[in-house]
Design a protein around this ligand. Structure first.
Ligand code: XMP
Ligand code: MG
Length: 183
């Protein structure tokens, strides 16, 4: 299968790999300034955030520590259930640490709102969020996201770590999945 066969399942490309990297560079400069003189723990949310975490961490020209959590709010479908389960917890103790949650996308906001309050009960000095994508029209709860890459339309998107039924994570760009693929 060629890359173009994956692209054929999209109705449009929203962000190219180059645009994503440029945006992560901008966010990295802000994060460097905001956390100057403080240790920083990046917490990636598996599995969607794998690419954002890898690229953001390498954009940062400073030491960071990394850890991962896996939570689930979706089955194989495309609509949030609002039910969050921890599938893999952090290895790190958060006491006194500055934590930045690294997430692929904020849709209804239910997952991140739950995660934020969960991590804030663990004694961290601060907990903030960096999300590459946000769908403003889909938000059901208010979530304070300090670093946002792109606001996008309320459509199901794939690529750059974002999946449909575990496929499309390896697509370099991010695009809208054609309805014929999932309906
Ligand atoms: P909520 O609705 O809780 O959802 O903010 C957050 C999680 O849902 C997944 N998600 C998506 N995954 N394309 C995807 O591949 C999308 O358009 C999409 N919208 C939400 C994602 O895992 C995110 O962390
Ligand atoms: Mg996710």
């Amino acid at each position: 299968m060629r890359a173009s066969d994956i692209e054929a399942d999209l109705t449009e490309v929203l962000c190219t790999e180059d645009e994503i990297h440029a945006k992560l560079g901008e966010l990295a400069r802000r994060i460097e300034a905001d956390y100057e003189g403080r240790d920083l723990l990046l917490v990636g949310v598996l599995k969607g955030a794998i690419m954002v975490m890898a690229d953001l961490a390498r954009e940062l020209e400073r030491h960071v520590q990394t850890d991962w959590m896996a939570v689930s709010s979706y089955g194989a479908g495309t609509v949030s259930s609002g039910v969050v389960r921890i599938l893999k917890d952090l290895d790190s103790d958060l006491s006194g640490r500055h934590v930045l949650i690294v997430e692929d996308i904020i849709d209804s906001g239910l997952t991140l709102s739950w995660l934020l309050s969960n991590l804030r009960t663990r004694g961290a000095a601060s907990v903030e969020i960096c999300a590459l994508f946000r769908k403003p029209e889909a938000l059901k709860v208010h979530v304070d996201v300090k670093y946002v890459g792109f606001d996008i339309p309320n459509k199901f998107v794939v690529g750059y770590g974002l999946d449909f039924a575990e496929k499309y994570r390896n697509l370099r760009d991010v695009g809208v999945l054609a309805p014929h693929v999932y309906s």
